[in-house]
Design a protein around this ligand. Structure first.
Ligand SMILES: CC(C)(COP(=O)(O)OP(=O)(O)OC[C@H]1O[C@@H](n2cnc3c(N)ncnc32)[C@H](O)[C@@H]1OP(=O)(O)O)[C@@H](O)C(=O)NCCC(=O)NCCS
Length: 148
């Protein structure tokens, strides 16, 4: 597997939709972001987008792996690559927002992220359609960060 940094105009939106159901939101955060794509046999199988949100502070806006390639270690390799690359770009901190339950929350913490805040009602206020995971409606967002 190879990880490439690509211009935001080449970001694989269909992959990013696995992490965020709103194409408008994806198109709004892509300009000004850095996009990393995991390639396998010439095909994009994973994508991650990060954006600088304050001096030396970055946010992981999205990370996704194509469903048929999930649980093969691609997402973890991509996340570690981005954590290291953002540190090398001069970041002191990398933040991410995720739901209050689900495997993603455990996964980020396994990769070194720690919860620092809760954004109550985030998914109710920011999305027109309700979002369900494991049959539970997402309401609040947990904010996590890696400190370098
Ligand atoms: C989150 C995501 C990027 C992880 O990528 P991945 O390539 O599947 O991750 P890995 O293979 O490195 O798996 C890492 C660990 O995460 C957990 N995990 C990943 N997918 C899981 C699933 N569907 N159910 C339960 N646990 C899962 C497992 O603990 C896994 O380790 P294991 O397979 O050794 O048990 C990917 O599952 C995905 O695209 N999900 C949908 C989009 C999304 O939720 N993005 C994050 C938004 S906050």
């Amino acid at each position: 597997m190879e990880i490439r940094k690509v211009p935001y105009t080449e970001a694989p939106i269909e992959l990013l939709l696995e992490a965020d159901p709103s194409v408008e939101k994806i198109k709004a955060y892509l300009p000004g972001s850095s996009c990393f794509v995991a390639m396998l046999e010439g095909k994009p199988v994973g994508a991650c987008v990060v954006q600088c949100i304050a001096p030396a502070v970055y946010e992981l806006m999205s990370i996704a792996v194509a469903p048929e390639y999930q649980r093969q270690g691609i997402g973890s390799k991509l996340l570690r690559h981005v954590v290291t690359t953002v540190r090398d770009m001069g970041a002191r901190r990398l933040e991410v927002g995720t739901g209050t339950f689900g495997y993603q929350l455990a996964w980020y913490q396994r990769e070194g992220f720690r919860v620092f805040a809760i954004d109550r009602d985030f998914f109710l206020v920011n999305y027109k359609e309700p979002i369900y995971e494991n049959g539970i409606q997402l309401q609040d967002m947990l904010r996590l960060a890696v400190e370098y």
